[in-house]
Design a protein around this ligand. Structure first.
Ligand SMILES: Nc1c(NC[C@H](O)[C@H](O)[C@H](O)CO)[nH]c(=O)[nH]c1=O
Ligand SMILES: CC(=O)[C@@H](O)COP(=O)(O)O
Length: 161
């Protein structure tokens, strides 16, 4: 089955995001990738009505630190949702497996601990080309997907509160 383009979505399915506030935590590892993902997320948020001043962008050393960086934003800022941006590329050892497991469990735990959307904007790839393809390449930008997901989850929570 063909891999989905991460930047292709039904625009009408995305609620207006005016007034919503977002945090974005960006891993510095593979920054040529994560920087592009973060820019895609910011561009998509603003396209759907978010003011740039309502987007807080912070950086952490690596993907393993994303959950704690997200927790800092949840504790010390007033954002409605937090997007975690990282790129883990398989190396020679099993380190890849442990980073991916740690960020996945960490992000999952934060969603439930804070009753707030923490969006998994992390690429976990076999090689750099797969990452490039998903950071503004032929398969779109995972940052776009993460931003749309964040908007939809914030809108859902506002609807139900
Ligand atoms: N290999 C990658 C890493 N490794 C660093 C870890 O994320 C972490 O910062 C370190 O283990 C110290 O706790 N990080 C990535 O984001 N991507 C990688 O491919
Ligand atoms: C995913 C990683 O931590 C990776 O870059 C480390 O490479 P290696 O497994 O070859 O040490």
């Amino acid at each position: 089955m063909a891999t989905k383009n991460l930047s292709v979505y039904n625009l009408e399915s995305v609620p207006a995001a005016n007034g919503m506030k977002f945090g974005i935590v960006v891993a510095e590892w593979n920054y040529e990738i994560t920087g592009a993902l973060a820019q895609g997320a910011v561009d998509t948020l603003t396209k759907h009505g978010v003011d740039e001043e309502d987007i807080i962008v912070k950086h952490v050393p690596g993907t393993f630190e994303l959950p704690l960086g997200g927790q800092y934003l949840a504790e010390y800022s007033q954002v409605d949702a937090i997007i975690l941006i990282g790129c883990v590329i398989q190396g020679e050892t099993r380190h890849f497996d442990f980073i991916c497991a740690g960020v996945t469990q960490g992000a999952t735990d934060l969603n439930l601990k804070y009753n707030k959307p923490f969006i998994f904007g992390v690429l976990t790839t076999d090689n750099e080309q797969q990452a490039m393809d998903r950071a503004g390449g032929k398969l779109g930008n995972k940052g776009d997907e993460a931003a749309v997901t964040a908007i939809k989850m914030v809108a859902l929570q506002k609807e139900l509160k």
